[in-house]
Design a protein around this ligand. Structure first.
Ligand code: GLN
Length: 197
């Protein structure tokens, strides 16, 4: 792909602006996506952190669910953080009644795996695919990847062993929020993926 990739941020709920800022800073042309026509114009999509059950409901109400599922199935690169990771998971535990995901990542993700808001925490993580410097990771009512299917690469684990970042094909998910700490390497990895497709 020549030039700067055009990347969407799903803008139904969540920390849309933080992602948009990081992506523009890295040279991407950013489009806030709320409608199928907007989705059709982007080379990659970010699913922000927020509340996965709300994003799920709004996506259905706005007629975005099926277009997003179809785009993922067609190979659109997608990076999901926190609630975005939940939305990318093929299977979730502890979802609210009737909660659906877009799916695409062959993983099982547990919502709110670390407890409630007060159990949010920060830690430094080794993420070998991003180089030697650790990633400072902020977990906010974060999910945990409980089961990983064949073909899913684990990018990061907590010291206790829990999986908190994964990749499969053009899909990347992290349980934490690089967009709020000045950490840009996950977004760079995502933009490399967008350029390579
Ligand atoms: N607990 C939220 C959910 O279930 C995710 C929190 C976040 O994105 N920071 O969607």
């Amino acid at each position: 792909m020549a030039g700067n990739p055009r990347v969407g941020v799903l803008a139904l709920q969540g920390d849309v602006r933080e992602h948009a800022r990081v992506l523009s800073g890295l040279g991407a042309e950013v489009c806030l996506v709320r409608r199928p026509e907007e989705l059709a114009t982007v080379d990659g999509l970010v699913l922000p952190g927020g509340e996965s059950s709300v994003i799920d409901k709004l996506a259905r109400a706005f007629g975005m669910r099926q277009p997003i599922c179809d785009a993922i199935a067609a190979g659109l690169p997608v990076y999901g953080t926190c609630a975005g990771l939940i939305l990318l998971a093929d299977r979730i535990t502890d979802g609210i009644d009737g909660q659906q995901t877009f799916g695409g990542l062959d993983v099982t993700v547990r919502r709110n795996a670390f407890g409630s808001q007060v159990d949010s925490f920060e830690t430094d993580l080794a993420v070998p695919v991003l180089g030697e410097a650790p990633v400072h990771a902020v977990f906010i009512r974060a999910p945990l990847v409980e089961q990983v299917g064949d073909g899913v690469e684990v990018l990061a684990r907590l010291d206790a062993g829990g999986v908190v970042a994964v990749r499969a094909g053009a899909l990347i998910g992290s349980a934490f929020h690089p967009e709020v700490t000045g950490e840009h390497r996950f977004h760079e990895l995502f933009l490399d993926t967008v350029r390579a497709v």
